[in-house]
Design a protein. Structure first.
Lengths: 425, 269
């Protein structure tokens, strides 16, 4: 469980220290340090420690914690609290996130800020409690009903998750929108040394929030409008906001892309695997780099398109049957071939498995000349580091300085396909 | 000898009926004869008399009363269908000094939102709920509700509600009164001036319970749906008296506080 035995004094003093923390607990503490006023949740694996951390810490600080009777209730409690201008977080895992779709749509329509953490597990249905990235479509393409978008932040390490929690509150409040943090069972359950770069985003004046109509006209926070002209106008305003987010809030990180002929595109835990695969691929003579979206929506499509123009091929690696790969293909628009490798149901590809896939992809792509390698490389854009804490650690934002644990036996070429054949039998 | 002096007119006229300050002048979208307008007025009167208007954050339901925010001059948030008790809980917990009011219909509270109302009551949330029971889904065209009487015809029970197919009406206020978190639960109606007055007293008590901080308070109000029931306004009131009240007895069901509203005749409080 937790190794953060420190008292609150020690925690406060350790704002810059590195502490071994479990992902769920680090996310919870980051929210607390970011000034989260209220948390509503319901137990579900693999995010239960997040709820438990909040259950202990929030009352200590005189803040609101409610264990709701369901995820439906939890998200609607968040709706009520959020409508008063409070800084609110909700967390769950895949099946519970499905139940929250209704509330998220209402909050998007009513423009209520909230941060929702999804510690993804395998599906569909009850699925498993093991890590997965199979909720990409749900988070990125439309969680609830109606025309709306939700910023989706995908940490690839626990340290980065800490940064992104504060960033998520900023986005939620700046744009009056729900924001997703899309983690997975690995990030939730794993322990890593975490740089405690906590920060508290500034509060904004909420001239829309419900506080009681005392000395001012009543305010209404709602999504309903039965007049088509009005509702279209409201939708157009929402779409303008989403376009502004898409223009301004794209974040991504790269690794060894300068001379790359191939790129692996991956986020979250899959990017951790890909990072090692890039190093091993390089050692075996493949000029490969990593392109890691940090915002899944807005997707870094322009940046990826510019990169694709320089590449011989892109391999997308996900813990899913292939969801983000659709956005990669839309961004790449045929500038280079795009291949996909994914594992499902809680399985995680090994770096060697990815290198093997990369090798066969390289063979398929053939020896086409690198005719466009002189095109300029897009500039990275990551989440701003906390200001004034002495850590100019943007470059390491994504990565705790430990190698991911790897299996002792390398997976042989074709192992994935062989397993699929076995399953098919 | 002396001639009886005629009664002198009072120095200033005594106002016995006026527009409550918290009721907007917007015409409602409710059907002619609908009880929602009366109930809105009672809420506006009570909140005004208790001076709660500037402190109130209200939760509008999904259903005919979704437009409550157009008629009551209060801060309002619109809840998804059935979720008003959860939304009100969220407000309650982060705004301890505000007054939290929610308004729900019978489909909202007793069908899709059953879990939310039960658990808000079980937690003893300091919320005042107004529960309008007209035995039907009015806004969507008059379908059967969990509170629809046995034998009652609706658009989704066209031959009348049969227990073998659609189960029995739920007396959910009595169910909620079982919970220790429920400080006050009562059932009134609005079929005549006398019952309107008693219902107003219940609403007032339910608001005071929240101010006393003793727990969850709910007033169920038997109301009508002339259009959904296929009756005139007057017939619909007669129907409540003859058919609905026997199934849903009037009165204070529980009051764990110091003062209680006198139960009405025929009530079981």
């Amino acid at each position: 469980m937790t190794v953060m035995h420190g008292t609150s004094e020690r925690r406060a003093g350790a704002r810059r220290a590195r502490v071994l923390m479990k992902g769920n607990e680090a996310i919870a503490e980051a929210a607390i340090q970011a000034g989260c006023d209220a948390y509503f949740g319901y137990p579900i694996t693999p995010q239960a420690e997040l709820l438990e951390w909040m259950a202990r810490r929030m009352p200590e600080l005189g803040r609101t914690f409610v264990q709701a009777e369901s995820e439906l209730a939890a998200i609607n409690m968040a709706l009520g609290a959020g409508a008063t201008g409070a800084r609110v977080m909700v967390s769950s895992s895949s099946p519970g996130i499905s139940l929250m779709a209704e509330g998220m749509s209402y909050m998007a329509g009513s423009e209520i800020p909230v941060v929702l953490v999804n510690v993804m597990r395998g599906g569909p249905g009850l699925g498993s409690i093991q890590p997965s990235q199979s909720d990409y479509f749900q988070a990125v393409k439309g969680h609830g009903h109606g025309d709306y978008r939700t910023p989706v932040l995908a940490p690839a390490s626990i340290s980065e998750a800490v940064d992104l929690v504060a960033h998520a509150f900023e986005l939620a409040e700046r744009y009056r929108t729900p924001v997703f943090i899309l983690a997975d069972g690995t990030l939730g359950q794993a322990m890593e040394p975490v740089e405690l770069r906590f920060r508290t985003p500034e509060r904004r004046a909420n001239d829309w929030a419900l506080t009681g109509a005392d000395g001012r006209p009543p305010r209404v926070v709602k999504s309903l409008d039965l007049l088509p002209e009005n509702l279209e106008r409201h939708n157009l305003a929402l779409q303008a906001k989403f376009q502004e987010i898409a223009r301004r809030e794209v974040r991504w990180a790269g690794q060894q892309l300068e001379d790359a002929e191939f790129a692996i595109v991956a986020y979250g835990t899959a990017a951790r695997v890909a990072r090692t695969a890039v190093a091993r691929g390089r050692s075996r003579g493949i000029k490969v780099g990593l392109f890691r979206p940090i915002t899944l929506w807005p997707f870094p499509e322009r940046e990826l398109a510019r990169l694709a123009a320089r590449l011989r091929g892109i391999l997308v690696v996900e813990l899913s049957a292939g969801q983000m790969v659709e956005d990669v293909r839309l961004a790449v628009e045929g500038r280079c071939p795009v291949a996909f490798h994914g594992r499902m149901g809680g399985m995680i590809p090994t770096p060697d498995e990815v290198v093997e896939v990369l090798r066969s992809f390289q063979a398929r792509v053939g020896r086409r000349a690198r005719r466009k390698a002189l095109l300029p490389l897009p500039a990275e854009s990551k989440v701003e580091p906390p200001s004034g804490n002495g850590h100019g650690a943007v470059d390491r934002a994504g990565w705790a300085p430990v190698e991911p644990v790897e299996p002792s036996e390398p997976v042989l070429a074709g192992g994935h396909r062989r397993r699929l054949r076995e399953v098919a039998r | 000898m002396s001639v009886a002096t005629p009664p002198r007119a009072p120095a200033s006229p005594r106002v016995i009926y006026q527009q409550p300050e918290l009721l907007s002048e917007t015409s409602t979208r409710y059907c002619p004869g609908c009880g929602h307008g009366i109930i809105h007025r009672l809420i506006a009167e009570v909140l005004g008399e208790l001076g709660l208007g500037p402190r109130t954050i209200a939760v509008a339901p999904v259903g005919c009363a979704v437009f409550a925010y157009d008629y009551l001059l209060l801060d309002f948030v619109e809840a998804p269908h059935g979720r008003a008790p959860a939304v009100a809980t969220g407000i309650r917990r982060v705004r301890p000094d505000n007054f939290v009011l929610m308004y729900q219909g019978d489909g909202d509270l007793a069908a899709i939102g059953t879990a939310e109302i039960v658990h808000a009551a079980a937690r003893g949330e300091r919320i005042t709920g107004i529960f309008v029971n007209n035995g039907i889904y009015g806004m969507t065209g008059g379908q059967m509700a969990p509170t629809t009487l046995l034998g009652q015809r609706t658009t989704s029970s066209p031959t009348g509600r049969e227990a073998s197919l659609a189960g029995y009406p739920i007396r959910i206020t009595e169910m909620l009164a079982q919970l220790p978190g429920t400080a006050y639960a009562a059932r009134g109606t609005i079929i005549d001036p006398s019952s309107v007055g008693k219902t107003k007293a219940m609403i007032k008590r339910a608001c005071q319970v929240q101010l006393e901080g003793t727990g969850f308070a709910l007033v169920e109000i038997l109301s009508n749906c002339p259009v959904g029931w296929g009756l005139t306004a007057q017939q619909s009131m007669d129907h409540i008296r003859a058919e609905v009240i026997p199934a849903y007895p009037l009165g204070v069901i529980i009051d764990r506080g110091k003062r209680a509203v006198a139960p009405t005749s025929g009530g079981e409080g």
